[in-house]
Structure formats: structure tokens, C-alpha cells
Design a protein around this ligand. Structure first.
Ligand code: AOF
Ligand code: ZN
Length: 345
């Protein structure tokens, strides 16, 4: 039942943000009497949809949900009130709600005489909402850095050109990861070299992620394709004098670059749960050095580009092999002719 609730929650993968992905199953014995999932922020919570579907059969039912039912008046009224009104007898949540405004619904249910348990499939539930958990507990998004490289770890020619190293299947897969992200981040180097749009195109999605550019000195051309659709956000370190079809936010560090950890905090304030990075080796390196990366999404194409080509991340100064940045592989798959590796710090 919890696996089904998680499957339902996954239907909101591209749409629920900035809210969490939540699914709910109501049962009477072995029979499912109602199901629901949270489609988008401002819309009904998963529990509300499931109870609506169950109607009279909600009374005495067991409710499975991947996130503790909310206790707060947010955009919608508290789910725990609805659970009590409909005389749900038992609630099983995969995880507690990390949102301080909505939390402790479970304890309040228990106090009202409704059995409450949590922890069932908690690992899978945390994975599904890894960005939401990150924003609520750390005040920053979950940062996933996408890299497409050759087998010798090269990501672009010396002149910065990087389109295209991996095959069409890997590119499509990359768009799925873009689609689930709340924002896509790149740097001025990539904007100049590849003129990317940073939109989701190869998969269907009800919303486009926010496009974010790190451009310390505002060297971006007003004609850059990433600005075409409007609504982009540029982080810079100088005052804006240019007319650009974008919002500009100045966040300088003492070196005259953008203060990246502060940028993450700002993105979290704007409701970014998962941040998808598609940048060149310089910005990748800065993000890594400043502790702003959580996960790598690496596509490896079976080809070689040699030493003069650009690498994945600009990091240097290692004098011993022990100092190298170590990762833990969490998954590895073949995508078309390429290999996809997910690895965490
Ligand atoms: C959801 N969907 O199915 C559940 C949520 O702004 P609101 O009123 O929609 O409240 C959002 C919060 O409610 C969210 O951050 C989470 O803590 C809690 N539970 N949220 O979006 C749901 N069950
Ligand atoms: Zn709720």
C-alpha cells in the first residue's frame, strides 16, 4: 500500500514543486477504497483527494501516505481535521513532515485517538522528496550537477563547444532530470559557448523550471537564447546597467564573483527544491569547492577527446591522492550507447 502511495506521489514529479510530491491510499482491510496525489501547489493535498474518492467508505479506513498529514492552515486547510471528521481509524506515514509550519500532524492525530505510525518505506519517501527535505532542513536546494563527458572525462573542446557529446537517448534522459528540477543553473561561459535555452523540450511537462545564470560581470548578450522566454534570473556581482529581459540579483563575494552558498539560500527562499546544474568546468569547480554540490548525474559517452579538451570540474592543488574528492555511486545504467552514473559526495 505504501509502495502504491509512493507511485501515486511520483505522478507529481514534474508538477508539485515547490510543494512535496505526495500520494495517499485509503484501505478497508485488503481493499483500496480511495487514492489521491498532489498535483500542484495550491491544489488539494493527496489526503483530500483520496478521502473525496472514498466517500462513505473513509470511515474506519487506514490511510497510507508518504508524508505526515499536515496540521496547518496553508493554501488549504489542515488535513488532520479532515481525517478526524471522516473518522479515519489509522494513519501510516512514510516520513514525518520536515516543514516546521505543517509538522506534528501525527502527534495531534494520536492525541485525538487516531493510531499514527511512521517509518514505512521512509528511505524511498526521502529520496522522492530529497529537494523538499533539503530546502526545509538546510535552507538550500538539493544540487544535482549534470555532466556529459567522454570516457576520458572531457566535457568540451578547448574552445568551450560541448554540443553534443552524448547520444539522443542520454539527452532525452537529461531532459527528464531537467523537468523534475525547480530550476536549471548555468554559467556565462556555457551561455557564450553553447547559447543553450535551458528549457525542457524532449519530455512533456506542465511547467518549465526557472532558468538561472551565474554571470558575475553581466557579460550576457541581450540576445542570448536563455533570455528569450523571459523570467530568467541572473546572479551577478556588479550593479546592473544593461536592459535585460531577466531579473538580476547582485550577490558579490570579496573576489568580485557571485557568493554561491548565498545564491543557494536565495534560491531556497524562492522555493527551489531541486537545482539542476548544467555548466562548464569552471562554474562546476567553483560550486564543488564551495560545498554547493550534493550529487553528480554523469553521462559517459564511449569516446575520447584527449588532454587539450576541457575536464568536468576545475579543481586543483592536490598534493596527495588521499585529498581527492571521493564519491559514492548510487546508480549506474546504460542509456542508449552511453553510461549514466549517479554519484553522491
Ligand atoms: C502538499 N501536498 O498532499 C501534502 C502536503 O501550502 P499548502 O497548504 O498546500 O501546504 C503545503 C504543505 O503541506 C507542504 O509543505 C507539506 O509540509 C504539507 N503536506 N503538502 O503539497 C500534500 N500532504
Ligand atoms: Zn495536507
Amino acid at each position: 500500500m505504501m509502495a502504491r502511495a509512493l507511485e501515486l506521489a511520483g505522478k507529481g514529479l514534474y508538477s508539485a514543486t515547490p510543494n512535496p510530491r505526495v500520494g495517499c491510499v485509503l484501505t478497508q482491510g485488503e481493499t483500496i477504497v480511495g487514492e489521491g496525489w498532489h498535483e500542484r501547489t495550491g491544489g488539494p493535498h493527496a489526503e483530500v483527494v483520496a478521502i473525496g474518492q472514498a466517500g462513505d467508505r473513509a470511515a474506519g479506513a487506514t490511510l497510507y501516505v508518504n508524508l505526515e498529514p499536515c496540521s496547518h492552515h496553508g493554501r488549504t486547510p489542515p488535513c488532520i481535521d479532515l481525517l478526524q471528521k471522516n473518522r479515519i481509524s489509522r494513519v501510516i506515514a512514510a516520513m514525518l513532515d520536515p516543514n516546521p509550519k505543517a509538522a506534528h500532524g501525527g502527534a495531534q492525530l494520536a492525541a485525538a485517538g487516531i493510531a499514527f505510525e511512521h517509518g514505512l518505506m521512509e528511505g524511498a519517501a526521502r529520496e522522492l522528496n530529497i529537494g523538499f527535505v533539503s530546502r526545509m532542513t538546510r535552507g538550500r536546494p538539493w544540487v544535482r550537477m549534470k555532466i556529459a563527458a567522454t570516457l576520458d572525462g572531457r566535457t568540451a573542446l578547448a574552445n568551450g563547444k560541448s554540443q553534443w557529446i552524448t547520444g539522443p537517448e542520454a539527452r532525452k534522459d537529461g531532459h527528464r532530470w531537467r523537468a523534475r528540477a525547480c530550476a536549471i543553473l548555468t554559467g556565462i561561459g556555457t551561455v557564450k559557448a553553447d547559447d543553450p535555452r535551458l528549457t525542457v523540450r524532449e519530455v512533456e511537462t506542465p511547467r518549465q523550471p526557472l532558468r538561472v545564470i551565474v554571470d558575475s560581470r553581466l557579460g550576457i548578450s541581450p540576445k542570448a537564447r536563455v533570455l528569450e522566454a523571459g523570467g530568467a534570473l541572473i546572479f551577478c556581482a556588479v550593479d546592473s546597467i544593461k536592459e535585460l529581459n531577466a531579473e538580476m540579483q547582485k550577490l558579490p563575494n570579496p573576489q568580485g564573483k557571485v557568493e554561491l552558498p548565498l545564491m543557494l539560500e536565495e534560491l531556497a527562499r524562492r522555493g527551489v527544491n531541486e537545482l539542476h546544474v548544467e555548466a562548464g568546468f569552471r562554474l562546476n569547480g567553483s560550486l564543488l569547492r564551495e560545498g554547493c554540490v550534493d550529487e553528480f548525474l554523469i553521462y559517459l559517452n564511449p569516446s575520447l577527446l584527449g588532454d587539450e579538451a576541457q575536464g568536468m570540474v576545475s579543481i586543483s592543488g592536490f598534493s596527495s591522492l588521499n585529498q581527492r574528492t571521493k564519491l559514492r555511486i548510487t546508480s549506474m545504467d546504460r542509456i542508449g550507447d552511453d553510461i549514466r552514473i549517479l554519484a553522491r559526495l
